[in-house]
Design a protein around this ligand. Structure first.
Ligand code: ADP
Ligand code: MG
Length: 353
């Protein structure tokens, strides 16, 4: 009898937990490790069986892995092969799988006044930010850097015609690290949309895109604080997202080393070949995740000086920059939507754009 009561109680408790779980939300969440980061899929599809959801997750995983393979700088993927050809030669046919994103990246490079350029693969490598195994604790030798800077490192100095990319000299190495993650997040979400999912978020380590909404209200996300005060949450600003919006952030806190009191991070200024110095982080909200990714990098590198010009050039409604002093610059559209989660100092022109 005692045992029976115990069993019934446990069943009751489980029932309550399950009910509460259902009531709180009917979200399904899974994490996938791909593209060098933890990707969290969150979706609402209460009518799907666990088997159907598992199959969907593995479809998304395959798509992400395809992107990882395709856009890796080295290895056997399409971009790596293109890079291998460019090492010896000036002209290379661009495979169809690379062409659309290469075109987009080239356009952004040409319109972003030197701040975004995926041609700087060789420099990323010399700085040791291409691979965890190459990670450095001091800047590279000046002579090595000088040699790398003399090699071609601008996609803007190439021509793309009839599916062929032509560089001025051999030695160009393309690195799509600042745009491929955006394209991959978009592709992952496309897989979900194709399967009839209407409400989902794909979050690749803080860079994300949503469709639909979360339990009858907009998806709400938070952007990381680039210098969180001690004992405070690591969050800077909360934002509610509309169907289709992507939010991408570039920050100097992601991959860096410190040497003689200076921070050297993985966001390089293509004009100097050195880590950019004008910002701590930058965030772009846009319907095109690849553009959001690329433009977050561009805004970071452009810093305060080029913020307004880049915002105008790309007609960005929602963009924010935390400058090197930690002051926030943002477009009026961003300010309207921002729910600040930390004490922030605004640049004098923060809402006057
Ligand atoms: P993350 O991917 O770390 O969130 P980004 O999207 O800004 O950050 O991409 C950074 C990566 O892009 C670097 O690791 C490097 O491979 C490449 N990169 C660095 N600086 C630039 C730049 N100015 N333009 C284009 N690509 C860059
Ligand atoms: Mg980027």
């Amino acid at each position: 009898m005692k045992r029976w009561i115990g069993g019934a109680l446990i069943l009751l408790m489980i029932g309550v937990l399950v009910l509460r779980g259902r009531e709180a939300d009917d979200r399904f969440e899974r994490q996938i490790y791909s593209m060098g980061t933890l990707v969290t899929l969150t979706l609402r599809a209460p009518d799907r069986s666990p088997e159907a959801l598992a199959a969907l997750v593995s479809e998304v995983e395959s798509e992400l892995n395809r992107y990882q393979q395709r856009w890796s700088v080295r290895g056997s993927g399409a971009l790596a092969q293109l890079n291998a050809t460019l090492e010896e030669s000036t002209t290379v046919p661009v495979p169809a799988t690379l062409l659309p994103l290469l075109r987009k990246a080239k356009t952004v490079a040409e319109d972003s006044a030197g701040t975004f350029d995926p041609g700087l693969g060789r420099l990323v490598q010399v700085w040791g930010f291409d691979d965890a195994e190459h990670f450095r604790d001091a800047p590279p030798d000046r002579a090595v850097l000088t040699v790398a800077k003399r090699l071609p490192h601008r996609l803007t100095e190439t021509t793309l015609q009839d599916g062929r990319l032509q560089a001025e000299k051999p030695g160009l190495m393309l690195d799509f690290g600042a745009i491929a993650k955006g394209a991959a997040v978009g592709a992952a979400l496309d897989v979900l949309k194709q399967a009839g999912i209407e409400h989902a978020m794909v979050n690749a380590g803080g860079d994300l895109q949503v469709i639909g909404h979360a339990e009858g209200r907009p998806w709400r996300i938070a952007v990381r604080h680039p210098r969180p005060p001690a004992d405070a949450p690591r969050l800077l600003v909360g934002i509610e997202l509309q169907d289709g919006e992507a939010v991408f952030t570039s920050g100097d806190y992601e991959r860096y080393f410190e040497f003689e009191g200076r921070r050297y991070h993985h966001l390089l200024d293509p004009r100097s070949g050195e880590p950019a110095t004008g910002a701590q982080s930058s965030t772009v909200i846009h319907d095109d995740p690849a553009l959001a990714d690329a433009l977050a990098t561009a805004l970071f590198v452009g810093g305060v000086e080029q913020f307004d010009a880049l915002v105008d050039q790309f007609a960005l409604e929602f963009a924010m920059l935390v400058d090197a002093e930690g002051r926030v610059h943002a477009t009026a559209g961003f300010m309207d939507r921002a729910d600040w989660l930390a004490d922030v100092e605004f640049a004098p022109d923060a809402d006057a754009q």
